[in-house]
Design a protein around this ligand. Structure first.
Ligand code: SF4
Ligand code: SF4
Length: 283
């Protein structure tokens, strides 16, 4: 059977918040029984965009991570009495009648995707726009308005999704939670991994060291590589946070430069000046 899935491309999210606003437009002030009561005017982020800066001046990246309810297949928020239930199409719904007064449900979500509506006395979250899907919609309000194509709502069976996971490198966010989310991320490394970046120039000419090779080693074994570009900069991505690496910059005719960095976070190294090999050997 086909089920709903949401694919989020972290590399395409620019924090415009169109998705957040579309969610507000749809749900604030509007009841959609039996699936949801109106969202309050403030305090809820059913589509929550988190952001972080990576690296230091002058080489800095920003990454944004949209976090809605993951509509998990092994959802810890589900209740035996049907106050929170999973539909055959994969969506997880909080029944606003059965869940009335159940503020304990808010803390059952390890992603923090459930919010408490004090006025209506109900826990609430993203419904996957189930009321629209039942009217024939093929996507959610958030995926419809995303200007960059970062959000793709997909109706697919398990085999089709497994193919997309393999072909597009899709990943669950925080898979260690074991909840089997139906929201999967592309380019999640932008959020979960770190980079080492820097600038390099030739000491004798003061020119950018364009083309110099950058090799990142861990315990003497190369694990990633990059190249200095025509602006004299490099960035090697997808490195593990908290690990220590040796960064080696090499260019023909110049002495290799090596530095050890511990990546508690993404690091922008100081300018590296590559010395002529001959000058070094004469010194
Ligand atoms: S609409 Fe798209 S690009 Fe804008 S914040 Fe949402 S996911 Fe990101
Ligand atoms: S993300 Fe949280 S609220 Fe949504 S299904 Fe998973 S556990 Fe439940």
């Amino acid at each position: 059977m086909k089920k709903w899935n949401l694919i989020i491309d972290v590399a395409l999210c620019h924090d415009c918040n169109n998705c957040f606003l579309a969610d507000k437009d749809e749900f604030v002030g509007n009841d959609f029984p039996p699936y949801s009561l109106a969202q309050p005017w403030s305090g809820h982020r059913w589509m929550n965009i988190e952001g972080k800066e990576k690296g230091q001046y002058p080489i800095v990246q920003v990454a944004y991570l949209p976090i809605p309810c993951m509509h998990c297949d092994d959802a810890p928020c589900l209740t035996a009495d049907g106050a929170v239930y999973k539909r055959a199409d994969g969506l997880v719904i909080i029944d606003p009648e059965k869940a009335k007064g159940r503020d304990d449900i808010v803390d059952t979500c390890p992603y923090g995707a459930i919010y408490w509506n004090e006025e209506a006395r109900v826990p609430q979250k993203c419904t996957g726009c189930v009321h629209l899907l039942e009217d024939g919609w093929k996507e959610t309000r958030c995926s419809q308005v995303c200007p960059t194509g970062a959000l793709t709502f997909v109706l697919a069976d398990d085999a089709e999704m497994a193919e997309r996971v393999a072909a597009e490198g899709l990943e669950a966010f925080r898979p260690e939670l074991g909840t089997k989310p139906r929201v999967l991320y592309k380019n999640l490394h932008r959020w979960t991994k770190v980079f080492v970046a820097g600038s390099a120039a030739f000491a004798d000419t003061d020119e950018c060291a364009e083309g110099a090779e950058v090799t990142v080693n861990k315990a003497g074994i190369p694990v990633a590589e990059g190249r200095v570009n025509n602006y004299g900069e490099f960035a090697v991505e997808k490195l593990e946070p908290g690990e220590t690496y040796d960064v080696v910059i090499e260019a023909a005719g110049y002495r290799p430069h090596s530095a050890t960095v511990t990546l508690d976070q993404s690091v922008t190294m100081d300018l590296v000046l590559l010395q002529k090999a001959e000058e070094h050997s004469l010194a």
